[in-house]
Design a protein around this ligand. Structure first.
Ligand SMILES: [Cu+2]
Length: 463
């Protein structure tokens, strides 16, 4: 892990801790634990437990797990709410708010029944709180500013203490100036492993949060008043092609935990497999209540975790099925020109702005996936990313699940593009061109008019 350490054992910090200790009515720790900070937007290796019950730790897409300190009965964490610079994808950075150096904050991982003490230091310019979404806990630890606790003023540290009631998938986010603070990227995943290491065990366990930002081309700070017209739809504050691939070993049991703290629902679709939702932020779904899916709609303020057995090798697209959410920044007021001959108007506009102008959209917008148009600084193309066969023409909420034979147990590095077995890739027909339909011909389904030949696929197609 590329962690740099910051030390918060200061006179003021100690004082704030004492005050918080009085609020919670418990004897607190002698000193605040260190607050590790993360400088890289890359996925960090899973953090295996160094004490207590065994579990298979999660890996967070473009994220990391917060190290903790065992102090007597308590697992102690230290979150620092602060302004961060987050790389949204190579070529674009955003000035966000987050925790411990990144947005989203680090994933918190504990075990069912753990006693958890979380120090929260506020380095934002305004007050904040942390709400532990989905956790069963004392009302006063629920983190709703004004309702269950005083706000955490800038420079102050508060302490949250609770026993983790249930295993499952949860989140954390502010419940103070919520619209602004969540629009600025403040959120994190909170995973609770079962105390019984055999229960709900998987081989690979991925986690990420759905979000959205409205950052004008060439600028760095999200517009916090935007309600629906976001131009960057993110997985853990990243967009394609900046989102980590999910490297999976063939034969593994895989879980993907998806939390939604954006402003709209996201139907998340995975190619190549049928999966079942096994967990929500309300707990585990009993086996008798599961059904097969290929797309799961993740509502706002909810979590869906699905599982599958990775039997089929390949490069499987994994994305939101709202097609505008797999695009990067674009103007929604662009007119549709499909079928419109723009030759005349292009000549006229070139006369005014110069020969660089090109009319677009007559035959659709696929041209944009391969084109390198001049863009303002710090702006991503609307459609981008290349695969082994050409431009992928995506952006936003899109990545690839790469299922490969023989990966090492803890190997999450990108295995490269799939080497398709011979005869299993769609190919161009180079034989005789199909006859053009006659203008006066009867409907094609009339017998005798069109000859249809069924082509049987060769080999095992995987799905
Ligand atoms: Cu979406």
């Amino acid at each position: 892990m590329t962690l740099s350490r910051r030390n918060f054992i200061t006179a003021t910090g100690g004082l704030a801790l004492m005050n918080a200790g009085v609020v919670s009515g418990r004897a607190a720790a002698a000193a605040i634990p260190e607050a590790p900070t993360q400088t890289s937007p890359a996925m960090q290796p899973p953090l295996y437990p160094h004490s207590g019950p065994d579990y298979q730790p999660v890996v967070t897409l473009n994220g990391w797990t917060l190290p903790w300190r065992q102090n007597g009965d308590w697992k102690e964490f230290h979150l620092v709410a602060e302004p961060v610079v987050r790389e949204i994808a190579p070529g674009m950075k955003a000035y966000l708010w987050g925790y411990n150096g990144q947005s989203p904050g680090p994933t918190i991982e504990v075990v069912e029944g753990d006693k958890v003490r979380i120090f929260v230091t506020n380095k934002l310019p305004e007050h904040t709180t942390v709400h532990w979404h989905g956790q069963i806990l004392p009302s006063g630890m629920d983190g709703v500013g004004g309702l269950t606790q005083p706000h955490i003023d800038p420079g102050k540290t508060f302490v949250y203490e609770f026993m983790v009631h249930d295993s499952g998938t949860f989140m954390y986010h502010p419940h103070a100036d919520e619209m602004v603070q969540m629009a600025m990227g403040m959120m994190g995943s909170f995973v609770v492993h079962p105390r019984d290491p055999k229960l709900h065990r998987v081989d690979r366990d991925f986690a990420f949060l759905l979000g959205g930002f409205d950052i004008e081309a060439g600028s760095y700070v999200p517009k916090v008043m935007t309600m629906l017209e976001f131009n960057l739809w993110t997985w853990n504050s990243r967009v394609f092609p900046g989102i980590d691939h999910l490297a999976v070993r063939q034969g593994d049991r895989v879980r993907v935990r998806i939390g939604n703290l954006s402003m709209t629902s996201h139907p998340i679709h995975m190619h190549g497999y049928h999966f079942s939702v096994t967990c929500t932020d309300g707990g585990w779904v009993p086996e008798s209540a599961r059904w097969p899916e290929t797309t799961i709609d993740v509502p706002v303020g909810a979590i869906r975790a699905f599982e599958f057995d990775a039997v089929y090798e390949g490069d499987w697209a994994f994305h939101c099925h709202k097609s505008h959410h797999t695009m990067n920044a674009m103007g929604h007021n662009v007119k549709t020109y499909i079928g419109v001959d723009q030759k005349d108007i292009q000549q006229k506009i070139r006369g005014v702005v110069g020969s660089d102008y090109m009319a677009m959209g007559k035959d659709g917008m696929a041209d944009m996936g391969a084109m390198e148009m001049p863009l303002p600084d710090n702006t991503l193309p609307m459609m981008s990313g290349f695969g082994q066969f050409g431009p992928v023409e995506m952006g936003g909420m899109f990545t690839v699940v790469k299922v490969r034979e023989g990966l090492a147990r803890d190997d999450y590095t990108d295995p490269g593009w799939f080497e398709n077995p011979q005869g299993t890739v769609a190919y161009e027909w180079t034989g005789e061109a199909p006859a053009a339909p006659r203008a006066s011909s009867p409907p094609a389904n009339e017998p005798g008019d069109v000859e249809l030949k069924a082509v049987k696929p060769k080999g095992h197609m995987g799905h």
